[in-house]
Design a protein around this ligand. Structure first.
Ligand code: HPA
Length: 256
């Protein structure tokens, strides 16, 4: 069973035929909300909106450990993390779908390991390749089958938020080698690795990053909804192709 974590622009997964919801008790406190179980085209899947069902949990306050523990507890076979980003690289435009392959972490003060407290031995986990190669390949293949152009090999910069960056910060991220910027990719990715969960991200470009392109004069985040909505429709299609069995794609009953 694959898990999908939805970010801004994907607080519901309308192609999930919901069977039940479950509040998971975790050693780390509350997850962002109950896990929503169901089927996508006849195949089991589980959905969790990262920012909560009312989109009220800001990036720095997401309980990433509880979220990932809850999914690991249900022995999911992999996690697809959907998140909106700002584009730094010039060829990435609002509405583009991006498959990052690397991460630079600028976040601070977040609980970023499962290995602490209560005499837990110090554990150093390999993170050379932060995303699961096979899951990335499956996402790409699904996009290809749907003729959806997925931009490859982007370096994702995880910033603290919830404020957006300054133009100078974006210049610095570019010098560091970052192509897109978002606020939630870490510590989610490393916690997945520590829990031995296959994990890959699908990023949707919501805006040019601060000081770039259409954001040269500032970013009006509220006005980005329509770009995200359209692209999230494509993300849902990719997820459906990847998770579902084609013979079972029927009109849906209840949706989240
Ligand atoms: N910066 C950080 N996170 C984001 C952005 C951005 O420009 N757009 C969407 N998420």
């Amino acid at each position: 069973m694959l898990a999908i974590i939805g970010g801004s622009g994907l607080t519901t997964l309308s192609n999930l035929d919901v069977s039940h919801r479950e509040v998971v008790r975790t050693p780390y406190g509350e997850a962002s909300g109950p896990l929503v179980f169901g089927q996508i085209c006849g195949q089991p899947a589980v959905f969790l909106p990262r920012h909560g069902y009312g989109h009220t949990i800001p990036p720095h306050l997401v309980n990433y450990r509880a979220n990932m523990w809850a999914l690991a507890h249900h022995k999911v076979s992999g996690v697809i993390s959907v998140a909106s980003v700002g584009s730094i690289r010039a060829d990435l435009e609002p509405g583009d779908i991006v498959l990052p392959h690397q991460i630079i972490d600028y976040t601070w003060g977040r609980k970023s390991t499962m290995f602490d407290g209560n005499g837990t031995p110090v554990t150093h986990v390999d993170f050379t390749e932060p995303y699961d190669v096979d899951l990335r390949r499956r996402i790409l293949a699904a996009g290809r089958q749907l003729s959806i152009d997925i931009k490859m090999d982007a370096v994702y910069a995880a910033t603290q938020g919830p404020r957006l960056e300054t133009a100078a910060e974006i210049n610095r991220l570019e010098r560091d080698g970052a192509d897109v910027v978002g606020m939630t990719g870490m510590p989610e990715a490393i916690l997945a690795r520590e829990l031995d969960l296959s994990y890959a991200a699908i990023n949707v470009v919501a805006n040019h990053a601060a000081g770039r392109g259409s954001s040269a004069g500032g970013i009006r985040f509220e006005s980005l909804g329509h770009v995200l909505n359209e692209a999230m429709g494509q993300v849902r299609a990719i997820v459906e192709k990847l998770v579902g069995s084609p013979d079972n794609c029927q009109p849906l009953g209840m949706s989240v």
